[in-house]
Structure formats: C-alpha cells, structure tokens
Write a protein that binds this ligand. Structure first.
Ligand SMILES: Nc1nc2c(ncn2[C@@H]2O[C@H](COP(=O)(O)OP(=O)(O)OP(=O)(O)O)[C@@H](O)[C@H]2O)c(=O)[nH]1
Ligand SMILES: [Mg+2]
Length: 303
C-alpha cells in the first residue's frame, strides 16, 4: 500500500474515533490537498451541525463575542474557523484574536483553525467548505465561522452558513449608513455589540428604522467583554436552528451550500489548469512577466 494511502486510512480511522490530531491533519488536507480531503470526507458520515457565520467590520468585537460564546457552551462541541484577514485592514488585530481565542484551544470540546483568505476578490477560501464538512464529520454540534465584513467574504459566508450573524458596533460612526445592501440581505440576525457604549441605543433605533418593513430580523444588544446579552443570543440561535430544521429552510440552505461547494471545486480545478498551462513550452507566469517587462519598456520610451 502506498504511503499516501496509509496516511489517508489513518486520518479516516482517526476521524471516526474522534482523535483531535487526525482532525488537525484533516483540516490541513482541506487546505493543501482538497481532493484528498474530499475523498476521505466521502467515506465518513456527518452530523448536521449548526453552521453559524459571524461577520462584521474590523474591530466590532467578533472574536471577543466568539470567546464569550465558548465560555458559555456547557459541554457542546464547537469547531471554529477564523478566516485569516490577511488584508492590511486587520492584519494587526489578528494576533490579539488568536491569543484571546487560544485560551480555549486546549478545551477538548473546541477546535479552532485559521484559514487564509485566498479566495478570488477577497472572497472566502474554497477550503472553508471542506473544513466545514470535516467539522461535521467529526461530530461538532456547532461550527462558527468568523469573517471580516469587507469585500466579498461576508456575502460568501451566506453560501455556507445556516445562520448569518452580522455584528455592528457603535464605535464605527454611523454604521447603519455604512451597512452595505449585501450585508442587510444576508443577515439572519443583527448583534449590536459594545452595548456599554451609550451610543449603542442610537445605533439600535437607526437599525430598527432601516430594517422595519424588511424581513423580520431580530436585533440583540451584547457586551462581549462582560457577556451581557450573550446568553439570550445563544438560546435564540439554538431555537432558530430547531425551527429551520423543521420548516424546510435548512434543507434549502444545505442545497445552496452544496451547489456553491461544487462551483468552488470547479473554479479551483480551472485555476489549477490555468496555473499549469504551457504555451510553446512557457508557463503563464513567464509569459505574464515578459508582457509586464515589455509594457514597462514601452512606457519608459514614451516618457
Ligand atoms: N467596551 C467593549 N469593548 C469590546 C467589546 N467587545 C469587544 N471589545 C473590544 O474591541 C476590540 C476589538 O475586538 P475583537 O474581538 O478583536 O474584534 P473583531 O471584530 O474580531 O476584529 P477583527 O477580527 O480585527 O475584525 C478589543 O479591544 C475588544 O476588547 C464590548 O462589548 N465592549
Ligand atoms: Mg477577530
């Protein structure tokens, strides 16, 4: 048997016996060798976890909220995906996030994993779909995905999450005015975090005014540092999962997720083909570099 096959079998067996090291390997495969990851995942039965996307502008308190949520999870098994905001917007805050969240990393019920945000146009990395499947195959009760609400990633998160939580904060000036239509559309519920800031009440009334007339989107006020309001949010998240499981919405969401996952696999294959394409013995990178050089030369001559 080849080494790769032995490794695949080890991961498969490890996943079945809830071995955390195997889950770690599985998640690395999701990122580095998604085809192999999918092959293993196909052989595993999956729990339907509640997949919760938590999105919002940089610094609104998403990671702090997730840490507080984890504090309150008595015995629930949770997988957490933090989409590495490798953009200049939030690069600095990332280390802080990790430190806060990592205080939970040794808890055997939680598994935290960062993913590079390398999807096209700032969208989510396609490996997130496989990572989500891996957490479900491991038997997690909930899967939480933190993404920064800039670019395409917040819209993408709606393609994978069963419930999208949009977090706002009174720190960010008039956030309601800044709320992009896309974010409004994908929100299943809003959280106004940093309720200790008195301006949160103004934000609440503005948000109520903007959302009235649209679909009913509940709004929660939380203080992620003290935990105020977080329990109510968690109870309602559980209730919502129960509701969407029984009224057919979850089935629709899962169909949508499958479709987007399939599209992401096709896109990844095409990307791979393009990367490896050769024209007259030269790959695309060489051709592109030569083109850039020629264009720069022309530009120099014109100036
Ligand atoms: N006063 C107050 N501060 C908070 C609250 N929640 C978070 N913070 C602080 O806000 C800052 C940013 O919190 P993070 O949890 O890193 O925010 P984030 O949304 O994950 O940020 P990015 O991942 O960079 O987008 C930290 O200094 C937190 O301590 C809150 O409810 N009240
Ligand atoms: Mg964060």
């Amino acid at each position: 048997m080849s080494n790769t096959r032995v490794r695949e079998d080890e991961i498969l067996e490890g996943m079945k016996s809830h071995d955390r090291r195997s889950l770690a390997k599985m998640l690395s495969l999701c990122e580095k060798a998604p085809d192999m990851a999918n092959e293993i995942l196909d052989k595993l039965s999956k729990k339907t976890s509640h997949v919760i996307g938590i999105t919002g502008s940089p610094g609104v308190g998403k990671s702090t909220l997730i840490s507080t949520i984890l504090d309150k999870m008595n015995g629930k098994k949770i997988g957490i995906v933090v989409v590495d905001p490798s953009s200049p917007f939030t690069g600095g805050a990332l280390l802080g996030d990790r430190v806060r969240m990592q205080s939970h990393a040794t808890d055997k019920n939680f598994f935290i994993r960062s993913f590079a945000n390398k999807g096209a146009l700032g969208g989510l990395s396609p490996s997130i779909y496989e990572a989500c499947d891996a957490f479900e195959a491991f038997g997690m009760d909930d899967v939480i995905i933190e993404t920064v609400g800039v670019g395409q990633s917040e819209v993408d998160v709606a393609n994978i999450a069963d419930t999208v939580v949009v977090v706002l904060s009174p720190d960010n000036g008039d956030e309601v005015q800044m709320l992009k239509a896309g974010l409004m559309e994908i929100a299943d519920l809003f959280v106004i975090n940093k309720s200790d800031n008195p301006r949160s009440q103004i934000l609440l009334s503005r948000l109520r005014a903007v959302t009235s007339g649209n679909k009913e989107v509940p709004i929660y006020l939380t203080n992620a540092v003290t935990g105020e309001g977080v329990e109510r949010l968690l109870d309602d998240l559980d209730d919502r999962f129960f509701q969407i499981s029984s009224n057919g919405i979850l089935v629709q969401k899962r169909k949508k997720r499958l479709l987007h996952h399939a599209q992401s696999i096709v896109r990844r294959e095409i990307d791979h083909l393009i990367q490896n394409l050769e024209i007259n013995g030269r790959n695309l990178k060489e051709i592109r570099n030569q083109l850039i050089e020629e264009l720069c030369k022309k530009d120099d001559q014109n100036n």
